[in-house]
Design a protein around this ligand. Structure first.
Ligand code: SAM
Ligand code: SF4
Length: 327
């Protein structure tokens, strides 16, 4: 029987984000330190069978209908299309967030395996800045990856841009043009305090209002009615494309949040900013029944807090950085 994953504020959780690895072939400055990352031991990562089991429990018992694969960089996990095929068989809206660099090689296989949607992260269209931000000289391959995703038939392909004041905020208009030209939806994301080097501060956040004011100097934009999705969206008045803004810092959407996460090492998180986790991996490996696993998930969601409190004095930074949680 299906019940719902409901928290104490009545929010129903239907969207599961699965980090399939904590490793990455990039080192984005706002996400991972350049050196010294301690990778999880391989035996501590959930196997495909374990991931499938948790996902199946959540889909069958709690009506989860959206799953997003993330990381680290999900495409560095060997045989990813095999996992995609297993999860696609659950009948969910299956998506992935990737840095795009492996999409020229993998896009067709992932589509054939049942992946429905992709978001590709790209924070600069300028080669020198891209290299500074990602610490990799791979802009052309990421651009090819975006084209490969479109050519493979993913619809829509979204491009995620983390906007940081004084770093890439002068590219907001360029990105909107880029989206219209390439036939992809650009989503600007406010910089969040989950960077590994802990350089985040409020002055670095270009807010949704500022992003929109910048875009309106060049484009006529019309609002699209909001859904429970985190992005607020606008369409270009000439009908050519749309843009979105994920205003996690300036206009938190905690009230309508329907997401839960599982890290690559099998820790269940009821909030991106959660300071504690539920150890699902131990339950998966100690012979616990599906009922026991399902109860642990439900208890974690039931104890979820109201919201993340960034910008409040009592905000506590999570121990893990974005690359370990998965975004
Ligand atoms: N490696 C994949 C990628 O880059 O798309 C997936 C994992 S990455 C952690 C998921 C998303 O988090 C990316 O879109 C990335 O830009 C975003 N991200 C990372 N650090 C962030 C931060 N401090 N604030 C806001 N977004 C961040
Ligand atoms: Fe890797 Fe994605 Fe983090 Fe960049 S944002 S370091 S690509 S996990």
């Amino acid at each position: 029987m299906t019940t719902a994953l409901v928290d104490g504020f009545g929010r129903v959780h239907r969207d599961l984000r699965i980090s399939v690895t904590d490793r990455c072939n990039f080192r984005c400055a706002y996400c991972m330190p350049e050196e010294g990352m301690q990778w999880q031991r391989r035996e501590d990562l959930l196997t495909f069978e374990e991931i499938e089991r948790v996902a199946r429990i959540m889909v069958e018992r709690y009506g989860v209908d959206g799953i997003r694969l993330t990381g680290g960089e999900p495409t560095v996990r060997a045989k990813l299309p095999v996992l995609v095929e297993k999860l696609a068989a659950l009948g969910v809206d299956l998506a992935m967030t990737t840095n795009g660099v492996s999409m020229p090689l993998l896009a067709t296989d992932l589509k054939a395996a049942g992946l429905r949607r992709v978001n590709i992260s790209l924070d600069s269209l300028r080669a020198d800045r891209f290299e500074e931000l990602t610490r990799r000289d791979e802009l052309d391959r990421v651009l090819d990856g975006i084209d490969a995703a479109v050519a493979a038939g993913f619809e829509p392909v979204k491009v995620n841009v983390v906007v940081m004041k004084g770093i890439n905020d002068d590219e907001v208009v360029d990105f909107a043009h880029f989206g219209r030209e390439r036939g992809v939806t650009v989503r600007f994301i406010e910089f969040m305090p989950l960077d590994a080097d802990e350089v985040w501060n409020n002055d670095r956040v270009l807010t949704q209002d500022e992003i929109l004011a910048t875009l309106r100097t060049e484009f006529e934009l019309e609002p699209i009615p909001r859904t429970t999705a985190p992005a607020t969206r606008w369409r270009h008045a000439d009908g050519r494309g749309e843009i979105g803004v994920v205003a996690s810092v300036s206009q938190s959407f905690c009230d309508t949040c329907d997401r839960v996460r599982i890290t690559a090492d099998g820790q269940f998180r009821n909030c991106l900013f959660a300071t504690d986790e539920t150890d699902v991996r131990s339950l998966l490996r100690d012979g616990s029944s599906d009922d026991v696993v399902a109860d642990a998930l439900a208890r974690s969601v039931a104890s979820k807090w109201a919201g993340h409190q960034i910008n409040q004095v009592h905000f506590i930074r999570p121990r893990r950085s974005m690359s370990e949680i998965g975004g």
